[in-house]
Ligand binder design. Sequence first.
Ligand SMILES: Cc1ncc(COP(=O)(O)O)c(C=O)c1O
Length: 439
Amino acid sequence: MNASARLPDAFWMPFTPNRAFRGAPRLFARAQGMYYFTPEGRQILDTLAGLWCVNAGHAHPSIVRAIQRQAAELDFVSSFNMSHPLAFEAADRLVSLAPAGLSRAFFTNSGSEAVDTALKIARAYHRARGEGSRICFIGRAKAYHGVGWGGLSVGGLARHKREFTPLLGDVDHLSLPYDRRSSAFTVGQPEHGAHFADELESLLATVHDPATVAAVIVEPVIGSGGMYPPPKRYLERLREICDRHGILLIFDEVITGFGRLGAAFAARALDITPDMICCAKGLTNGSVPMGATIVRDGIFQAIADRSASPIELYHGYTYSAHPLACAAAIAAIEVYEQEDLFGRVRKLAPTWAQSAHSLKGARHVSDVRSIGLLAGIDLQPREGAAGARGVEVGQRCLEAGMLVRNSGDTLLLSPPLIIDEEQIAHVFATIQGVLAAIP
Ligand SMILES: Cc1ncc(COP(=O)(O)O)c(C=O)c1O
């Protein structure tokens, strides 16, 4: 198709203003390393790793080769009552990256499915142990846990839910653990804010009988909702409260997994062990859709040992452990290890933070938050036009050859982990230049 021709109508694009898009289409034809290329051949620096996916950079040759080989060898086999060797190898490689004790992996096709899988496993686990009253889930304000009914219900972004209610009924939310007055422009985890975890204890004292709560689910670093690192000691305190009341703690690491914070998972970088980890995206370096729910062995054992039926869990997807996805995941994990990309993040994080925080004082900037290779930059909203400034920055950056994601008036940055120091400097200089030029 000629790139300048009008786009056909049939494709209903996700999370996109479909009508406006066709007036000003943003198309990419090719990608390599840190860059996208438009159909006309213009090079665009990717500051979002696709969508928090391509941690090893686009089109990594080892991953490409693994997928090509696998497609010719075994294109598909179900994992219902049969499977293939790479599924077992991929699960093994994946759990070897998780904190000790999380030793079972259930494969899905996406982050949304990994989250809904975790919520279902949580209820099944409690029921297997004779605590079927534990059905309630607790999420957080500003959380994004995907678009399945479960993830949407525990998520904390009201705009995402509006057309789809009623959602799951037995759900509550903790507030955003962030106080801008004390924590604006913090590098890494804010000192202040562990007390936000005590809200869980008060919810259990005043609203929900602890014996009815199945799980608390959090992104260790809130991602799409604005990039908020957890205050120091906050996640530890959530862990303690969950333990005290027999409640499972689920980390949604769909963004923080595979190196973002300088370790395979935020759980390891921050040294807190949840009961389950949801992951996707970087699992295959974004190359083939795949997600996973990694589970503490005791959870699997409780369900397996007490199941009255030969099939322990009535759950799964046609494409769970798809051969191409397994080949891609094994190759991606090998690349992460061989190129020491998680170590690279630890080395680059101070430079990243320093460059991001150089925007303090820049025109329109009201806050900067950063951790690992993540940054969130809040812009003051325009009067009566919330989000417009963020959209304009995204547009101007693209014109300047750089893809930057905005969520309303917050810029969200999360580059491939292969970014170098020169590119980091370029990213923030470009944003600073754009901010200086726009109203
Ligand atoms: C933390 C988190 N959980 C879940 C999801 C949903 O993943 P998917 O879009 O693969 O369904 C996302 C997507 O960005 C995410 O950031």
